[in-house]
Write a protein that binds this ligand. Structure first.
Ligand SMILES: [Mg+2]
Length: 444
């Protein structure tokens, strides 16, 4: 699937959350009978409800999802502390609605700085589940990452096996739907959840739609599997009442992934708060661009082996370096490809040390077809992603200016530096074209 098409589908997932939230806010805490008496069928984004929202206004479900998205996009990586900080800022700004468990979790972070609440029997609410959209988008293509990040974000406020299981299940269903799974495949995934936790069974749906994560999942799954469009499913869900904004948000997420962008009713989309809609569209595209799925699809050419074999074939060789200069004026080249280069070219450490002392930690043409590629400020620090991006840009410029045709670069920061290639690769994408080869270098 091409990136643009997936971007649109990603937007549909997150817009689905906001639509379900805005539509369901009207009927939250009502019973299905009360809804029927008042609206016959509630199918307009009309505002109101117990919170008295404006038409198109969203609540905590969408706001907390955006808080997660903002934290990821700020540094283009997963940062649980940043998510917790954003939650705290959001809480301090007096949101229109906030769940009791969410408040307790964020307060726990504020008081103790802890990123996980203790296991709690009462944490089986749907408050972690409702904010899964950004996690699902950001981890598309990697089930292991999905599970890990789902649980991390969930346990900021909710630590309960049923909440955990529901978060992972919905995340996996969104992943599968985004990549084209059909109804039967998605149903099989729901059955897997039920095999693990029978309580989620949703045949003979009893109409309970509370904030208990089991009721929520049953409502969403029941309507998802018994309707045939985004609109029909969402109308079914929000007319069930109960925690209608959250069941709506979760159903919207799943339906957005499954039915796609064309399925979102225009009359609902046009009613959404403009600023929220814009932010969601931009964030969703960015999140999916960062996902392993897109990165895997990339044009980046990779091999593994010995860097210097390629040097012998005429490649310009980048060596991953740090910005540390010894008292003697030599760059500290004690690890990986830098160490190999220093052994091969004895004058190199001094040449690079002089450059760094004069002009800072940058990409330099060091002669002999060797260039520096800074990944960290000193060998004792962890690699810096911003520095890696800067180095990509500089190496690209140098390559263009010198008209080099073959450049080989070790996976930056991924050897002794300890970064994961999955995390780093998307950073390289925009800068490296077919002239560049990435090597998973043998350094011993
Ligand atoms: Mg809400």
């Amino acid at each position: 699937m091409v990136g643009d098409e997936l971007s649109k589908k990603a937007q549909a997932v997150f817009l689905g959350v906001a639509i379900g939230d805005a539509l369901g806010a009207t009927t939250e805490f009502m019973t299905s009978h009360e809804i029927k008496a008042k609206y016959k069928v509630h199918k307009k984004i009309r505002g109101g409800g117990w919170l008295g929202v404006k038409p198109g206004q969203v609540t905590d479900d969408t706001e907390m999802s955006l808080a997660i998205a903002q934290a990821i996009l700020a540094e283009e990586k997963w940062n649980l502390g940043a998510i917790a900080d954003n939650f705290l800022t959001w809480m301090r700004n007096k949101p229109i609605d906030i769940g009791a468990t969410v408040r307790k979790g964020i307060t726990n972070y504020r008081l103790k700085g802890e990123l996980e609440v203790p296991v709690n029997h009462w944490d089986a609410g749907n408050g972690a589940l409702m904010r899964m959209a950004p996690v699902a988008l950001f981890t598309l293509g990697d089930d292991h990452l999905l599970k890990r990040y789902s649980l991390e974000q969930a346990r900021l406020t909710h630590n309960h096996p049923l909440s955990d299981a529901a978060c992972i299940c919905i995340g996996q269903m969104v992943h599968a739907a985004l990549l084209g799974a059909d109804r039967f495949q998605l149903h099989a995934m729901a059955r897997e959840l039920i095999a693990e936790h029978k309580t989620f069974r949703f045949n003979n749906y009893k109409g309970l739609a509370s904030g208990y994560v089991v009721d929520t999942m049953q409502t969403v799954l029941h309507y998802f599997f018994t309707t045939a469009s985004f609109e029909e499913c969402l109308i079914g869900v929000v007319n069930q009442g109960g925690d209608a904004d959250t069941t709506g948000a979760i159903a919207g997420m799943l339906c957005g992934a499954f039915y796609g962008p064309e399925s979102l009713p225009k009359q609902w989309l046009n009613k959404l708060d403009k600023q929220v809609k814009n932010e969601i569209e931009v964030s969703s595209s960015k999140l999916i661009q960062l996902s392993p799925w897109i990165a895997k699809d990339s044009h980046i050419q990779e091999i593994s082996g010995n860097l210097w074999d390629y040097y012998d074939q005429g490649y310009v060789v980048a060596i991953t370096t740090n910005g540390k200069v010894s008292k003697a004026g030599r760059n500290v080249m004690v690890r990986g490809t830098a160490k190999q280069a220093a052994e091969k070219f004895p004058a190199l450490a001094e040449a690079l040390g002089t450059q760094i002392s004069n002009s800072g930690n940058h990409v330099y043409d060091l002669g002999n077809r060797v260039v520096s590629f800074p990944v960290e400020h000193s060998p004792w620090e962890v690699p810096d992603l911003h520095l890696i991006v800067q180095s990509c840009r500089e190496l690209r410029r140098l390559t263009d200016n010198n008209n080099w045709q073959k450049v080989i670069v070790p996976r930056p920061g991924c050897g002794g530096g300890g970064l994961s290639w999955r995390e780093v690769k998307p950073l390289l994408e925009p800068h490296f074209d077919e002239r560049f080869l990435i090597i998973n270098a043998v350094t011993r």
